[in-house]
Write a protein that binds this ligand. Structure first.
Ligand SMILES: Cc1cc2nc3c(=O)[nH]c(=O)nc-3n(C[C@H](O)[C@H](O)[C@H](O)COP(=O)(O)OP(=O)(O)OC[C@H]3O[C@@H](n4cnc5c(N)ncnc54)[C@H](O)[C@@H]3O)c2cc1C
Length: 388
């Protein structure tokens, strides 16, 4: 099988690399890796990408987009993830996930209102699905939106809503009809996070990263901010999840390469861990798995490019990638010995503390965006046709 990129795609990747060489600053990379996940330098970088039309690269041209394919969006995201740049995860949620869903189900007026500022990098979205009593079973969500004239009144609590402390809008799943079967009474809406009655409080993960609890107390949301038809939100969320699940592996490749560089540096300085057969075997195993995950991610990107649903394949990638990240983090921590456990600001830490950070951060990879158990259920039921 020929996996080569077309010459257009090759030159696009070259353009992205050139841009990143010139524009990506260490400060922006640091902000993306920081506990807050965002900062002024990362935002400035997103604005530069917006100037090139990269936040809206794969939207149709008549919807303010660049008209490029999902494959080009994938190639861009993979490069951004490889370099630790903003726009790959936890930012440009508006461009990557919200806009394609809005184009499918929103009104023309909503597209004209929301798409241009997303494309210009002026507004971004945070995903608002999970609640204290609804995570894997999202259909159980309870946040209530009641229609009152031209506005909804929204009350309830969301949990683990990651980007709410820097995004401008909430892509919010609410219950508009409590009487119908649970997945049929859900709607999706776009909410200005500055609306009166919204309170955002940090939740810190074990890695020290910030996500949020978001409380709504009688928040007024214009009726025309509801996406498509009321009661169809569960279906729209499933589509949005497909856009979310265009995974890349650039971040894993980067970590692996940094680990190898560090181990070679140590070897040159007289600390030869690379001769240890257990470490060598683990590194070889990881190199194979990195290759496999890359092929999986290409498969999903290709499916989306040709308009096929990537349900089962997307679950396979999500599962394999998140658990590979954990294997890689464990391997890094073991290979670097006790020094690998030192925190970023410790003077003797290798890789600027990245091994310690990655070890802790990788734990949530198999929870966020749908847990490993849920992915295995999807593969078993939808992929293999096994009973529920
Ligand atoms: C760092 C981080 C960032 C996040 N960011 C966001 C965000 O921005 N927006 C957002 O909306 N959400 C976000 N989430 C929430 C995330 O999507 C949920 O945590 C996840 O879907 C699991 O839901 P839960 O935490 O309620 O666990 P539960 O659903 O209560 O699951 C608990 C355990 O039971 C298992 N389980 C549940 N159901 C089944 C089943 N049917 N079969 C087998 N096992 C099952 C799960 O695998 C898990 O091990 C984030 C989570 C984390 C940790």
């Amino acid at each position: 099988m020929d996996f080569r990129l077309s010459s257009d795609q090759e030159s696009f990747v070259a353009e992205v690399r050139q841009f990143l060489d010139k524009e990506l600053t260490p400060e922006a990379v640091e902000e993306v890796a920081s506990e807050e996940r965002m900062g002024p330098n990362a935002k400035a970088m997103l604005l530069k990408m917006a100037e090139r039309g990269w936040l809206s690269l794969h939207w149709p041209k008549d919807y303010y987009g660049g008209g490029r394919t999902a494959m080009e969006r994938f190639l861009l995201t993979d490069e951004l993830a490889y370099r630790g740049a903003p726009g790959a995860a936890n930012s440009n949620t508006g461009g990557r996930i919200v806009a394609p869903t809005l184009i499918m189900f929103g009104t023309r007026e909503q597209c004209d209102r929301f798409l241009p500022p997303i494309a210009r990098g002026e507004i971004d979205f945070a995903l608002g699905y999970t609640e204290p009593n609804a995570g894997s079973d999202l259909a159980s969500l309870e946040m209530r939106a009641e229609l009152d004239g031209d506005q909804y009144t929204v009350t309830g609590t969301k949990f683990f809503n990651t980007a709410c402390h820097y995004a401008e809008y909430h892509w919010l799943a609410v219950r508009t009809d409590p009487k119908t079967p649970k997945h049929k009474g859900i709607s999706l809406m776009m909410v200005d996070l500055k609306s009166p009655g919204i309170e955002i409080k940090p939740i810190w993960t074990m890695a020290g990263d910030r996500t949020n609890a978001v409380h709504y107390d009688h928040v007024r949301v214009p009726k025309n901010n509801l996406l498509g038809e009321p009661g169809q939100g569960f279906y729209y969320m499933a589509k949005a999840l497909e856009f979310e699940r265009m995974f890349v592996s650039g971040d894993l490749r980067r970590y692996y390469e940094q680990l190898l560089i560090e181990l070679k540096k140590e070897r040159a300085a007289g600390q030869d861990r690379l001769s240890d057969p257990r470490i060598r075997q683990t590194l070889a195993e990881l190199a194979i798995e990195l290759h496999i995950v890359r092929l999986f991610t290409y498969r999903v990107a290709w499916s989306l490019t040709v308009g096929q649903s990537a349900g089962r394949e997307a679950s396979i990638v999500k599962l394999f990638k998140s658990e590979l990240a954990q294997r890689m983090a464990r391997a890094g921590a073991q290979a670097l010995g006790l020094y690998g456990q030192l925190e970023p600001d410790s003077p003797r830490t290798p890789m600027n503390g990245r091994a310690e950070r990655y070890y802790l951060q990788s734990v949530s990879a198999s929870i966020t965006g749908g847990s490993s158990e849920v992915q295995r259920n999807v593969i078993a039921q939808r992929g293999l046709g096994l009973p529920r």
